[in-house]
Design a protein around this ligand. Structure first.
Ligand code: RB5
Length: 147
């Protein structure tokens, strides 16, 4: 199950991403928003991030105007590694090396074609583990105040 959410700046792109998820057989839970009416991004980021951190959803996708506000907010939730991506290399390597669990994108940054390819890479690339697992453990130590 994929958790997905957006603000007004990401609503149009989210519709394209939802169509991509449906066409490719991914189940999703949509946490809104459902129009281009102005809405604050942090509460939506929190809902998606908690669904992922709590295990209800395996991964998440968050879309705002830039993708940055959503990533900043989502990364406040313990256990979340949200990556704001607008290129293919970053979307692939944030899975391989960072085991990112939320992909953030900017609806005013990337077009639907690129966004859907980023989603495809993000959802279909496995974490490499090994030395990268140690590095992720260090990120978790920051959350615990141990680093
Ligand atoms: C909304 O105008 C915009 O600030 C928001 O979508 C996002 O880009 C924030 O980071």
């Amino acid at each position: 199950m994929i958790a997905i959410g957006c603000d007004h700046g990401g609503f149009e792109l989210k519709k394209e991403v939802l169509a991509f998820l449906e066409a490719n057989g991914f189940e999703y839970k949509d946490f809104g928003t459902n129009s281009t009416d102005s809405v604050n991004y942090a509460p939506i980021a929190a809902k998606v991030a908690r669904a992922v951190a709590g295990g209800e959803c395996e991964k998440g996708i968050l879309i705002c105007g830039t993708g940055i506000g959503m990533s900043l907010a989502a990364n406040k939730v313990r256990g979340i590694r949200a990556a704001c991506c607008s290129d293919h290399f970053s979307a692939k390597y944030t899975r391989l090396h960072n085991d990112s669990n939320i992909l953030c994108m900017g609806g005013r940054v990337v077009g639907a074609g690129v966004a859907c390819e980023l989603v495809d890479l993000f959802l279909n690339t496995e974490f490499e583990g090994g030395r990268h697992a140690v590095r992720i453990e260090e990120i978790a130590k920051i959350e615990e105040g141990l680093l």
